[in-house]
Design a protein around this ligand. Structure first.
Ligand code: SF4
Ligand code: SF4
Length: 428
């Protein structure tokens, strides 16, 4: 069944840059010589290690457990030996606590027993045991999202993938549609909802075609950025508006990424924890762009090598160019939420220095949340964070990056917003 979508106001139309990888099947990354697994791969508290240095572990074995209500278990993505537990460079100029594994050739897996016709409670428990988090980038522990604070009647699978360059979800939908549908049914059963939609931007015709024959309702979305943002997606699929400060559950909806639904299927039917994912490696600064199936913890350097190496890249990004994080080096690793790594050339980036704001209003005109980004930057630069919230509306910002993208003065607006949010959080 096809559902007629709405369009949200504002936002932008940007070049997709998806052609280098959108038709490439995902290939498996050659086994890296080292895996570095950050303890914090989800929203909430980092996991607590339950292994020690020198311990031999099997693939799928739990190596760190949840700490608190919002956190996620972490599992070994390859068999091997634990060689280090402690801080390692995060590729963004900081350090982060990790478990380091030297992989071995051992093939014995430590997966859980498959579940047959599981109850809603068994599905939620299994998702928690398998360390599944939102794989679209948010990283919210999925078992927590399945116990919403308000009754819900609709599950939306997010296959919009509106970020330029990234094709990991597209390729997954093209090749694993049956598993995604089964995963969606487990999620729907856990939530007690009967209406399940899958929302895909219209620039992915092969993926869309895979779901026409299923019993999911298919929403073919207009190509508009940031279509994949939860509030915009919910409005376009259902017409419901999530009020400021409220959750999707408050309007009866839960959104899950298509890769998360696939991971849920594997967790239920194979007992397989979330230990690997598809990562798009792209940009003009990499020799052979690819979609790679990577173990969590695989170093970026191993992915670059598998793609023929870097060539004239001036900027490295983890994630997409609009919402991703700029990297300072190749120490970054694949996490549960890594959709891509981009190697961008000078022509693909806007590396020029910012110039003064000319009050053109383009940032406000394009903001999908109808905010005043120039006000946020002004007050953030003055360290007046309360005024940034009052006059810029920073707390409603979804960090989509549209304002920075459209600014003719190349003002670092999205960066200022992140700073203001962090300062306001620190003070609260
Ligand atoms: S202010 Fe926030 S929501 Fe608005 S365009 Fe900028 S990043 Fe996006
Ligand atoms: S788009 Fe840039 S130059 Fe124009 S008002 Fe916003 S911050 Fe100023």
């Amino acid at each position: 069944m096809i559902v007629k979508p709405r369009a949200f106001s504002r936002g932008i139309h940007i070049a997709g840059h998806k052609s280098p990888t959108e038709h490439l099947p995902a290939e498996r990354l050659p086994a890296p010589s080292e895996l570095v697994l950050p303890l914090s791969q989800s929203v909430g508290a980092p996991a607590t290690p339950v292994v020690t240095v020198g311990q031999t572990i099997r693939r799928g074995e739990c190596i760190a457990t949840r700490s608190g209500a919002v956190s996620a278990d972490l599992h070994a993505s390859m068999a091997g030996e634990v060689t280090f537990i402690g801080p390692r460079p995060d590729g963004r100029g900081g350090m982060t606590p990790c478990i380091v594994i030297a992989p071995s050739a051992a093939r014995e897996d430590a997966f859980l027993a498959p579940l047959h016709d599981p109850s809603p409670e068994e599905i939620v428990a299994r998702i928690g045991e398998c360390g599944i988090v939102g794989m679209g980038g948010a990283g919210f522990p999925t078992q927590v999202k399945l116990t919403p604070p308000a009754p819900v009647d609709t599950l939306i699978l997010n296959g919009a993938e509106c970020e330029p360059y990234l094709t990991c979800d597209d390729v997954l939908m093209q090749t694993k549609s049956e598993e995604i549908v089964r995963g969606a049914k487990y999620l729907a059963k856990a939530l007690g909802v009967s209406r399940v939609l899958i929302a895909i931007e219209k620039n992915k015709p092969e993926a869309i075609g895979k779901f026409f024959e299923t019993d999911l309702e298919v929403v073919v979305l207009k190509k508009q950025y940031p279509m994949g943002a939860e509030k915009q997606l919910i409005y376009c699929c259902t017409g419901r508006k999530v009020p400021l400060g409220k959750l999707p559950a408050n309007v009866g909806v839960i959104v899950q990424n298509v890769a998360t639904a696939f991971a849920v299927c594997e967790a239920v039917e194979q007992g397989k924890p979330l230990i690997e994912r598809i990562v798009t490696v792209s940009g003009g600064g990499i020799a052979q762009p690819k979609n790679l199936i990577c173990p969590v913890g695989a170093p970026l350097s191993a992915l670059a090598e598998a793609c023929g190496g870097e060539q004239n890249a001036v900027k490295l990004v983890a994630g997409g160019p609009m919402t991703g994080a700029a990297l300072t080096g190749e120490e970054a690793v694949v996490t549960k939420t890594t959709g891509g790594f981009l190697f961008l050339t000078r022509e693909e980036t806007n590396a020029d220095e910012p110039t003064p704001c000319i009050n053109c209003g383009r940032c406000a005109d394009a903001c999908p949340m109808k905010l005043m980004p120039m006000q946020t930057e002004f007050y953030t630069n003055a360290k007046e964070y309360e005024n940034a919230a009052k006059y810029g509306g920073v707390l409603a910002c979804i960090e989509c990056g549209v304002c920075s993208y459209v600014c003719p003065a190349r003002r670092p607006l999205a960066q200022a917003i992140k700073t203001a949010k962090a300062e306001l959080r620190r003070k609260s």
